[in-house]
Ligand binder design. Sequence first.
Ligand SMILES: [Zn+2]
Length: 502
Amino acid sequence: MLSILRVPVVWVLSALLLAACNQTRDASDAGAHAPPLLLISIDGFRHDYMEMADLPALEKLAADGLKADSLQHVFPTKTFVTHYALVTGLYAENTGVVANSMWDPERKSRFSLGNRDAVSDGYWYDGEPIWNTVEKAGKTAATYFWPGSEAQIDGMRPSIWKPYAGDTPHDVRVDQVLEWLDLPEDRRPAFLTLYFSAVDSAGHAHGPGHPKTIEAMVEVDRALGRLLDGLERRGLYRDMHILLTSDHGMQRIDLDRYVLLDEFLDLGQVNVSDWGPAAQIWTVEGGPDADEIFQALDGAHAGFRRVWKKGEGPERYHFDDHQRVPDVTVEAELGWMISNKPYYAGMQRGMLNGMHGWDPAWHAMHGIFIASGPAFEPGERLPAVRSVDLYSLMTRLMDIAPARTDGSIAAFEPLLASGERLAVDETHWQCGAETFIARTAPGSAALHHRQSVFALPRVESASGARFSDTGVEFWNKGTEARIEIDGRVFPDCRKSPDRDAG
Ligand SMILES: [Zn+2]
């Protein structure tokens, strides 16, 4: 469903009115001359990593622009899934990128990251990536790595792109992006990407917070410093938009928290297309049907969080409709892995210490989002935001017409429309025995509950303020609130007066 339909008309109208009288802040007046936009991903950079190290370039960007508390991704929180969802504003069921390893039942073929032919084959990517939107608008897109950017999608590629080469030194990537920005204005890319994998690799190998992971963060920050210096020297730093993102967080794992699927299923009688935090299982001829697989797994192990047949998963995952969504999905509890005996037997303690792929609402799965440039005020802050909304934001900043998207501009609309710096308001709520923290801004809120954070765009409400995403809602008026998460309603919430931090 298109959640853009739920964007309150009042925001759109107020934005149009304000944009008309505040031309310096909104990029839309720039028309064909909208400033270039650089989208950066630091793979696997968890939302709280900035607190773990001295990272001057990241801190400079955050001080000079907008920083959200965190970035909430789509299910499953895997690199190809989340990166491609971010550049299309679409959930996995609408991109068809449902895992890093996928099975396609129509073609009867497999996609994996190591399969160059598959990775560069547009068949696997539905939806319109932002670089195609840019090119359709008659502008130039240049990608220095991004999942999907090597493939011809809908008959198009970025004008400038690079086949993925993970060993390309960071400085080479940065210097190339600076060179592209040095092109004469009629040839200069309007949209560029930059990608770094080192923090993800270290997080997997050593775990989040490990000195080696911090070392990788410092190294990427140094490369970003080189980028910012280069932009300053060109007088571009304040005149272009930089969106800094990461594609998921990272969770510590260990060999004591593995569930071995072959204890419950004959693996010769099913096709398992993906393993780890969520296993994707297909029926095969002569094997058990989806009901039988479901029965064999449902409640079978404390490490399983939920098991569902296609079409019966959590609504907010938007992981139902596509042909590549498997017959049965089994999702592990945070920190638990789903594997099999032969693989597990080959593992050595300490080989793999970090993973991602669980429920996007786990705070540990949230990434970062920082944005600088003419549309953002220095020191501006937002609660957690949704990655599916960044496509809408990018098309707005580049003043180009968006394609169909699952996201909306609601969370960013007040910020783009006003010349005032936005801040986050924090309130604490008691709903029976459960405590919630709401971090709110004019266009969005984030609901913090136990180890989860739900990013919620603002929607229309007859009274009070209502923030809502699929299956999750936070309504409040004065000292009253109503909260709903995955169909569970927490009524009669009361504001905790003594915890009213600003
Ligand atoms: Zn990743």
